[in-house]
Design a protein around this ligand. Sequence first.
Ligand code: 3PG
Length: 219
Amino acid sequence: MNASNAALEPILRACPIIPVITLPSAECVMPLAETLITNGLTTLEITLRSPFALEAIGHLRRSFPKAVIGAGTLTQIDQITALESVGAQFVVSPGATDALIEAMNQSKMAFLPGAATPSEMMRLAQAGYTVLKFFPAAAMGGPAALKALSGPFSDLRFCATGGIGFAQVADYLRLQNVCAIGGSWMVDPALIQEGAWSEIGQRAYAAGQLAITLSNGRK
Ligand code: 3PG
């Protein structure tokens, strides 16, 4: 089992809205991260869909030691060593293969594997995983599906991602089995490319404030 998977729950709950970032250029990394972090979103997922991702993760780890910087879209085991060397603090995959599970069980990096169906969840639970990515969340039934899953899988916790926008956040985060959501609405590649930091900052701030309001409502 992946030693740090369960430890993800408090980390995700502490900052439960995760920008899922696909970098369009190397130059945007610093202003983008600065904008997100200063507006309250301090856990960032940098997807491996961009050629700038690895270097960016290393750079962000050095520049923002108080933030939590992870990698997304891990699909190949040959990417794991490079992620360890740049200091990724968590790694997210859209699904899970036997090879990926076996390799991440040997890694110190926290692994958030993706699952979309009860059988996939059972397989990961058997492998010792309790915190999973529910992907693609909206297409797989959204909050209603997660509520239904909480019956048979009361021990599992989810980070829901895929098709979530600001308007849907509260419906997910109100569920006790959802510890975070991931989304790209505040880091739209078109906005990043335009350098629309003010708009990105406003979207990030609104998301962060909503998470705080929801968390206060639970206390
Ligand atoms: C992804 O892997 O792209 C994430 O799930 C984000 O999805 P979104 O772009 O639909 O928010």
